[in-house]
Design a protein around this ligand. Sequence first.
Ligand code: GLA
Length: 405
Amino acid sequence: MRIFASLSFAVLALASATASAQTPAAPRAPSQMVAQTPPMGWNSWNYFAEKVDDKGVRAAADQIVATGMRDAGYVYVNIDDTWEGERDSSGVLHSNAKFPDMKALADYVHSKGLKIGIYSSPGPKTCAGYEGSLGHEEQDARLYASWGIDYLKYDLCSFIPAVMMKQAPNDKAEQMRIMIAAYDKMSKALQAAGRPIVLSLCQYGWDAVWEWAPSVGGNLWRTTGDISPHWDRIYAILSQQAGLESYAGPGHWNDPDMLEVGNGRLNLAENHAHFTLWAMLAAPLLAGNDLTNMKPEIKAILTNRDVIAIDQDPLDRQGVRAYSDGEVEVWTRQLQGGAIAICVLDAGDNRYSTHPFHLNLVKLGLHGPQAGKDLWTGRPITLTDQQPIELESHDVLLVRIDTPR
Ligand code: GLA
């Protein structure tokens, strides 16, 4: 149902050429202190897509509690596209038949100690063709606040043809200004509505969004097109994150898209690697799987407290790709108290193509043996320079070193 997807890619090619060399903008004065660490929770889209309904959202909330995910930090239960119904004669938007009573649903989610998120578009229609917020921004923001909504994902979609291309044909720079103004408008509408609501920008990374999103009150912004549960797509997105690290910080995060852990045919190594690298990136951790039928090994990944602690580390420093050697990449992340996380990824499709891999600690500025913890086995590990590391294809080693030397 991604009816605007092909259009999006066409415009993306043009838009990237106009990405201006703006200086990073300071976040707007936070009257609403939200997303001080990368938001964590669950979103309906990656698994349920248009099949999401009230019952499914309640079940997800129940499972977040029952599986221990809430206590591990997952608090947002986010309804993505396809909840929208029609506007009445006063312009008030109603949810569709799948969601008989949004306020009651929000109350239910809140009663579990969780928060609730919703989705809209600045255009006339959402990506799946449902009602968008164009011309009703303040009204919709007030509606969300009255329901008790805590998070809004605002997805560009039909705003491109209906407004940007119509108002400024052949003027990409003006189209981008129109787009930024649309996000600013909803941000101000949310602030005026008086409820702290996380604002998630979804416009696929156009026009170097990381440079201006904080100045329009964006708490996170998608850096790429959509994720899918395929290793090649996950790895392609990962590759586009290197270099964006300076834009992440409290209240404003790069978003490489929601998690596919437990979805599709990702194998165990790929699920580990995906979750690990999103934690290294200080990415929002929004699980996107069917929590009711979650396998124990998937639950173990999503609730690994040590890995979550890397993602949520209070130093708020996004990880960097330190170096790569053939098909092996070494990512590092500085952590609070002088600690460091080191992730070695075998991105190769054939395990033997990358063997033997010898870790170069000197390249990481480390000297001598480094005692740490392997965060996937939970066991102590000592890394040494030129140590051979055996990894399956698409697997990772993730080590935390509290006192690096
Ligand atoms: C776009 C977004 C997705 C999802 C769908 C819903 O494709 O990028 O994350 O929200 O729209 O229609």
